[in-house]
Design a protein around this ligand. Structure first.
Ligand code: 13P
Length: 251
C-alpha cells in the first residue's frame, strides 16, 4: 500500500480572475520540484478555464468546488461534470460542509453528484464532518457513518481509485481551531475502518483521507505524520502563495 499524499487548496468564494492567475502562477515555481505529493487547487467556476491554462503541463491539478448531477437541461445556475472537464478540471469537491450548511446539500444530493462526476471520469473529493454540537453530543461517529453510507450509496469498490475523502470538522473550519492530531487521527482511523467494512480492506488501505479545518504551515507536520491522515484540504492558508507552497513543501 502506498498512498501519495495530497495538498488541496479550496479557494472558496475568493479571487477574481486576475488574483487567481497571480496565485496559480506564483505557486508554479515554488512547488514544481515536488513529485511525492499531489497538488490540487480549486478556484471558483468562472476562473477554472483560465487557471487551467496557467497550470497546464505542471504538477498542479484543477478541481471545481461543486457540480450538478444532470448533464444539461433547464437547471439555471448549475454546472455539469462534463462542463468541468471541458474547463480543464480533473477533480471536483462534493458535499463541502458549507454546501450542506448554506445550500441545502444532503447526503442524497451528494450521492447523485458523486455518481454523475464519477461517470464522467472526474475524481471526487467527498467531504464529511460533524458540527460542534454533534461532537459535544457524542454523535460524531454516527453522523460520519451516516454521511459516508449516504454519500457512497450504490458506489462499487472499483470506483475507489477516483474517490478521496476529506474529513472536515465544521467547528474547525475557518475558526482557527484545528482538531488535535489525535482527534483527527481517531476520526480518520474510524473512516478508514468504515470503508473497510462497507467494501474491503484493500479499498480501505488505498483510499486517501484528507483532513481539513484551519490547516496551516505550523500545524501540517503533526497532522500529516498520523498514520491515517493522507494530506489536507486547505481553505484560508491556500489563498496565499507562500503559505500554500509551505504546506506543499512540508509534506
Ligand atoms: P480553513 O482552512 O479556512 O479552515 O477551511 C477549511 C476548508 O473548509 C477547506 O475545504
Amino acid at each position: 500500500m502506498s498512498r501519495v499524499p495530497i495538498i488541496a487548496g479550496n479557494w472558496k468564494l475568493f479571487k477574481t480572475s486576475k488574483e487567481a492567475i497571480e496565485l496559480a502562477s506564483g505557486l508554479l515555481p515554488l512547488v514544481k520540484n515536488k513529485s511525492n505529493v499531489e497538488i490540487i487547487i480549486s478556484p471558483v467556476f468562472t476562473v477554472l478555464e483560465r487557471v487551467s491554462k496557467v497550470i497546464a503541463g505542471s504538477n498542479i491539478k484543477l478541481a471545481a468546488q461543486d457540480c450538478f448531477w444532470e448533464e444539461e437541461g433547464a437547471f439555471t445556475g448549475e454546472v455539469s461534470p462534463s462542463m468541468l472537464l471541458d474547463a480543464g478540471c480533473s477533480h471536483v469537491i462534493i458535499g463541502h460542509s458549507e454546501r450542506r450548511q448554506y445550500f441545502g446539500e444532503t447526503d442524497e444530493t451528494v450521492n447523485k453528484k458523486l455518481k454523475a462526476a464519477l461517470s464522467k471520469g472526474l475524481t471526487v473529493i467527498l467531504c464529511v464532518g460533524e458540527t460542534l454540537q454533534e461532537r459535544e453530543m457524542g454523535k460524531t461517529f454516527d453522523l460520519l457513518q451516516k454521511q459516508l453510507k449516504g454519500g457512497l450509496s450504490g458506489i462499487s469498490s472499483n470506483s475507489f481509485d477516483k474517490i478521496i475523502i476529506a474529513y472536515e470538522p465544521v467547528w474547525a473550519i475557518g475558526t482557527g481551531k484545528t482538531a488535535t492530531d489525535q482527534q483527527a487521527e481517531e476520526v480518520h482511523a474510524f473512516i478508514r475502518s468504515e470503508i473497510g467494512s462497507f467494501y474491503s480492506s484493500l479499498v480501505a488501505d488505498n483510499i486517501r483521507i484528507l483532513y481539513g479545518g484551519s490547516v496551516k504551515p505550523e500545524n501540517i507536520s503533526g497532522l500529516i505524520s498520523q498514520k491515517n491522515i493522507d494530506g489536507a484540504l486547505v481553505g484560508g492558508a491556500s489563498l496565499q502563495v507562500e503559505s500554500f507552497a509551505a504546506l506543499v513543501n512540508a509534506v
